[in-house]
Design a protein around this ligand. Structure first.
Ligand code: ADP
Ligand code: PEP
Ligand code: CA
Ligand code: MN
Length: 664
């Protein structure tokens, strides 16, 4: 290979007649079709820097693929005026500088697009006029804007401790001290534009904060981010419904966070990015930096603050990436109902006949696992909207639990864990980097975040018609709820408002009592309005579109946790199949005592003796006692809703109250 900069075939090299009588070697190229080592053309460069520059072609932004025939891209109403590339970049950086502006100094940082350390002479920075001079105003902040997965890998591996490439190509990383969400540290600003709409007080996830305190935390986050040499900026979208798309900007300090959001939000096309303009909402993720506990309302070092008026969210003191995704979900739970659109904490998929199913459930109940189904198109695994046009996914990716993940039971998720996927808090063998999915050393909440198109039978764009089946998932560690039951309209509302599940908290310290969790609308941590608002919308939409609802227990069977065992995933899948294909709708049903649920006598592929839970329990007395105990917990939880009306319908409200368990 010629690489010395000379064009070796321009001259003839003829070896001299040497004394040992070796014959003459003619290296003159004879056949132009033939490639000889020393005749390969050389690269047209004059130094190594130029050679390395050749390696990289002009960039285009990574996008979320969409179906060409049904693009989810709203066409801009007006044709774009021609703007030079330089001008566009300048506008982009001005916008980022404005996002990062300190509110007290009234100036944005001097920002430079690209990595620190790259030669730029002189640096073309963008900054707002400075009203005062501080050290922070004198430095540059490098902006790594919408980097691609390979670029983010390089950043993570080079600069972030604990980031590694796993054997499958996924980026294994650590989220630090926090490995799950911190709902007790979530704050919502009580301000005039939203305070009358929001749900406050007992049971609400919205713990109030005043505007002033928000600004203290915002300033803390912004100053922290600006003190860094570089920040990551993601400009992306939420919601595949083109009419209700939201532009979000995420400013973060870690490549891990940028890649996570790249995967989880909808990725813009290069044209969409050019037209991005001002975001509708901005996240300041300063997760490595704690909040100041002397600040009002701070009860720990972690604070996740949402300000709907300012359209901003600040994260301090937690690096758990799920906080960003679920924070945006809270935002959608405010914005969408205002437009008459129901936001849903549910998975969603669609059969070949166009039949859409929703899977509601709290964390760990099976939304991701069961919506990822080889026989159906995946619309989304966690967050959706239901509008007059049908359903749409809010996100561009999935966030699957990985604990005990197996290739046999969940092949689609297993195969999605490849290059580009973020693997959080997993343990791997240090040399070959094979992940041990059974290892809980870091946390039980190990996760994989991947772009939705990593699931082969994804539906793009991620939208579908009105749902036919509504599946309420409950992981009942008490083991008394039937594997499947068909719900009446008022039972659906009762169970939707209750949002019951019972996971077992610590599985390592021996047997523990399951603890019931009731989380309104199967997502109390994310709702912004009173639960009855969402319930009324669901009731109306279900009636309007004739959907059938089911309660599916993905938890224990044959006894509570410790005695019985977790429902086999294979059985749950059979049950779900029977719901999808319509056979369960026409099955024979019997009623259960106390909860008064309609249970099918047969489901194809599922042993009939487990369909009625008491049959699977050896100790019937124990079963009765546990059932009554759970019924009591349901009743106590529902007491707070007795004073509320669901929508304008007092008849429906009465029916819902009567649809719960009845203890004689
Ligand atoms: N019968 C079952 N149905 C659903 N999931 C099950 C079942 N048995 C075990 N699992 C496991 O439970 C977990 C469900 O989690 P996931 O689908 O991520 O929940 P969610 O998306 O609702 O938070 C997965 O790890 C899955 O493998
Ligand atoms: C990301 C989360 O959602 P889920 O467990 O429902 O997938 C979470 O609760 O942190
Ligand atoms: Ca991609
Ligand atoms: Mn999930």
């Amino acid at each position: 290979m010629a690489s010395n900069g000379n064009n070796s075939h321009d001259f003839e090299f003829v070896s001299a007649n040497v004394p040992n009588g070796l014959s003459k070697i003619n290296t003159k190229p004879t056949d132009p079709e033939m490639c000889k080592d020393d005749t390969a053309s050389t690269v047209k460069v004059s130094n190594l820097d130029e050679l390395h520059a050749l390696q990289r072609k002009k960039a285009s932004a990574p996008t979320t693929p969409r179906n060409a025939t049904n693009p989810s891209t709203p066409k801009s109403a007006t044709p774009r005026a021609y703007v030079s590339e330089e001008e566009r970049q300048k506008q982009q950086m001005q916008s980022v500088s404005a996002s990062l502006a300190s509110l007290t100094r009234q100036s944005g940082p001097q920002v430079i697009k690209g990595e620190p350390g790259r030669k730029k002479s002189p640096p073309k920075t963008v900054a707002a006029p400075k009203l005062d001079i501080s050290d922070s105003a004198l430095k540059f902040t490098h902006v790594l804007y919408n980097l691609s997965p390979p670029e983010l890998y390089e950043q993570a591996i080079k600069y972030e401790k604990g980031s590694f490439i796993a054997s499958t190509g996924a980026l294994a990383t650590l989220s630090g001290a926090k490995t799950g969400r911190s709902p007790k540290d979530k704050r919502v600003v009580k301000e005039e534009t939203s305070k009358d709409d929001l749900w406050w007080g007992k049971g609400s996830p919205n713990i109030e904060m005043d505007e002033e305190t928000f600004l203290v935390n915002r300033e803390r986050a912004v100053d922290y981010l600006n003190s860094l040499e570089k920040v990551f900026v993601n400009d992306q979208f939420l919601n595949w419904d083109p009419q209700n798309r939201i532009k979000v900007r995420i400013i973060s300090a870690r490549a891990y966070h940028s890649l996570f959001m790249h995967n989880m939000c909808i990725r813009p096309t290069p044209e969409e990015l050019e037209d991005f303009g001002t975001p509708d909402f901005t996240i300041y993720n300063a997760g490595q930096f704690p909040c100041n506990r002397y600040t009002h309302y701070m009860s720990s070092s972690t604070s996740i603050d949402i300000n709907l008026k300012r359209k901003e969210m600040v994260i301090l003191g937690t690096q758990y990436a799920g906080e960003m995704k679920k924070g945006l979900f809270s935002l959608m739970h405010y914005l969408m109902p205002k437009r008459g659109i129901l936001s849903l904490h549910s998975g969603c998929n669609m059969g070949k006949a166009g039949d859409v199913a929703l899977f509601f459930g709290l964390s760990g109940t099976g939304k991701t696992t069961l919506s990822t189904d080889p026989n159906r198109q995946l619309i989304g695994d966690d967050e959706h909207c239901w509008s007059d046009n049908g359903v749409s996914n809010i996100e561009g990716g999935c966030y699957a639990k990985c604990i005990d993940l197996s290739k046999e039971k969940e092949p689609e998720i297993w195969n999605a864990i490849k290059f580009g996927t973020v693997l959080e808090n997993v343990v791997f063998e240090e040399h070959y980097r094979d992940v041990d999915y059974s290892d809980k050393s870091v946390t039980e909440n190990t996760r994989a975040a991947y772009p939705i198109e990593y699931i082969p039978n994804v539906r793009l764009p991620c939208v579908g018609p009105h749902p036919k089946n509504i599946i309420l998932l409950s992981c009942d560690a008490f083991g008394v709820l039937p594997p499947v039951s068909k719900l009446t309209h008022s039972q659906t509302m009762y169970h939707f408002i209750s949002g019951y599940t019972a996971l077992v908290a610590g599985t390592v310290d021996g047997v523990k009592e399951p603890t019931a969790t009731f989380s309104a609308c199967f997502g109390a941590a994310f709702i912004m309005l009173h639960p009855t608002k969402y319930a009324a919308m669901l009731a109306e939409k279900m009636q309007q579109h004739g959907a059938t609802a089911w309660l599916v227990n993905t938890g224990w069977s044959g006894g509570s946790y410790g005695i019985g065992s977790r429902m086999k995933l294979a059985y749950t899948r059979k049950i779900i199949n029977a719901i999808h294909d319509g056979t369960l709708l026409n099955a024979n049903y019997v009623q259960t005592p106390i909860f008064n649920l309609s249970v099918p006598t047969e489901v194809n592929g599922v042993p009939s003796e487990i369909l009625q839970p008491q049959n699977a329990w050896a100790d019937k007395k124990q079963y009765d006692a546990t059932l009554k105990k759970l019924a009591g917990l349901f009743q106590r939880n529902f007491e707070v809703y007795a004073d509320y009306q669901v929508g304008g319908n007092s008849q429906l409200t009465k029916q819902i109250l009567a649809a719960g368990p009845v203890l004689q």
